[in-house]
Design a protein around this ligand. Structure first.
Ligand SMILES: Cc1ncc(COP(=O)(O)O)c(C=O)c1O
Length: 454
């Protein structure tokens, strides 16, 4: 509730005991007017061989725009900079996010940048959880978080999902039976829940607002923090035929972080990324959340990779300044429309070639770039790791075996298929090759493919 005192949880032992990075904590003081800085370590930019950065970009309406970064701004970008990111970019993003998520700038949150959202997510896990602590995770879950959780010694408890996201009744059941259920009875209660609510990776589906409300209520009731990883937020497919001019004003789904302002306050850390929108190799993502959590993440950064790339940040900042929020919205809508077109065409091929003859089934994706295919494999072959290496690769097609997305390791008939970079002319052939690979499994057991619901 606005004005509510903010919830504050105990951070991990590592976060509480991490020594401050002596020099970096003094960096902000260099900005005090009149300050003479004798802080060690910053090279003199005059020695750097770059005079200016000229970038050919796409303007707000898709037109050609040349951007230039030089002088003080380039010098700052090329040097060591502030741990949470370049001040102007942080400010731009805070103002943008405040409007986008209807959560005014205030003492209850701040924003920091990282080397991609992955960097911030993994550091947040470490800031909030100790070895043996428990995190709830949607099942299937973004595979990129599982190795880090395992190496940090955290226990992952899977929460079932369907096409609307987390199944709230199942989440309630898990939480209410924690002390008696075989899976959880010997575990401490969960500290966090990790979810990727829009265009889930790998599910391709999007959580409804009702689901988010239900999950947030559980977070408040059972006192855990929702880690909302939303890199596909702007890649929700536009409704066919919606006027392009509505990019700025059209309503977008409410985030957990937005709802947290109304009901919770301190139950959500939200992660976004420029990877899917502007350039994955730039390695810039950002987080919004309670200052004490983001401070712990920054302290981790200050002791490890020091800061996100200044050059990447300044490229993004100059682009955003030129676009303004309107240009950003237009760009992300163009991007979402491109993926929608691919999704529609790929789905048509997959349904015709794979689902109709009963070889696979899937939920229609609503955002992002994935299909989560359940293959119809004979029980003795129901392991898509073996399927990919022994049948798909020889058939000339690659997909990700589903087990990497399962919080608890087990055999699975699922594969994740990405259509993001597939050329249109290859859609049909990709599905045909998957079809031949599935058929090869049935031939091997000497059976014909049984009929399944499409
Ligand atoms: C759900 C999800 N979270 C995080 C990431 C990592 O993104 P970034 O490039 O910002 O580190 C990805 C990348 O695929 C993703 O799908």
């Amino acid at each position: 509730m606005p004005g509510n005192e903010q919830r504050r949880v105990k951070l991990s032992h590592r976060a509480r005991t991490r020594p401050a990075a002596g020099i970096r904590t003094l960096f902000p003081k260099e900005k005090v007017p009149g300050m003479i800085s004798l802080l060690a370590g910053k090279p003199n930019e005059k020695s750097f061989p770059f005079k200016a950065l000229t970038i050919d970009t796409q303007g707000a309406d898709g037109e050609d725009v040349k951007l230039k970064v030089d002088g003080e701004e380039l010098a700052e970008a090329l040097n060591y900079g502030l741990t949470p990111g370049i001040t102007g970019l942080v400010q731009w993003l805070m103002e943008f996010q405040a409007r986008a998520h209807n959560r005014p700038i205030g003492p209850d949150w701040r924003l920091n940048l990282g080397a991609g959202s992955q960097d911030l997510i993994i550091k947040t896990f470490e800031a909030m959880m100790d070895r043996g602590d428990v995190i709830l995770a949607e099942d299937p879950v973004y595979a990129g978080v599982l190795p880090a959780l395992e190496s940090q010694g955290c226990r992952v408890v899977p929460v079932p999902t369907n096409r609307d996201g987390i199944i709230v009744s199942q989440l309630q059941h898990i939480l209410e039976n924690w002390e008696s259920a075989p899976m959880t009875k010997d575990l401490p209660r969960p500290k966090c829940l990790y979810t990727s609510p829009t265009g889930g990776n790998p599910s391709g589906t999007t959580q409804t607002e009702a689901v988010k409300e239900g999950v947030l209520r559980e977070a408040i009731k059972h006192d855990f923090t929702i880690l909302e990883d939303d890199p596909y937020y702007y890649l929700e497919y536009p409704t066919a035929g919606a006027p392009a001019s509505s990019a700025v004003d059209r309503p977008r789904p409410r985030s957990y972080w937005s709802m947290d302002y109304e009901w919770g306050n301190g139950h959500v850390v939200r992660f976004e990324s420029f990877s899917k929108l502007i350039g994955a190799g730039l390695r810039v993502g950002f987080a919004m959340g309670p200052a004490y959590i983001l401070d712990a993440v920054d302290a981790h950064t200050a002791n490890t990779n020091l800061q996100p790339s200044g050059l990447s940040q300044v490229v993004i900042y100059s682009l955003l300044r030129n676009w303004g929020s309107e240009g950003f919205y237009k760009h992300v809508d163009r991007t979402a429309a491109m993926y929608r077109e691919k999704a529609v065409r790929f789905e048509e091929c997959a349904r015709r070639i794979l689902c109709k003859p009963g070889l696979a089934r899937f939920e229609t994706p609503t955002a992002g770039m994935f299909l989560w295919l359940e293959l119809n494999l004979p029980e003795s072959k129901a392991d898509t790791m073996a399927f990919i290496s022994e049948k798909a690769v020889p058939a000339g097609v690659l997909a990700v075996p589903g087990f990497v997305f399962l919080p608890l390791p087990q055999r699975t008939k699922y594969v994740r298929v990405s259509f993001s970079k597939l050329a249109d002319e290859d859609f049909e052939e990709a599905c045909m090759r998957l079809k031949r690979a599935v058929e090869a499994c049935w031939e091997e057991v000497g059976e014909s493919v049984p009929e399944v619901g499409v």
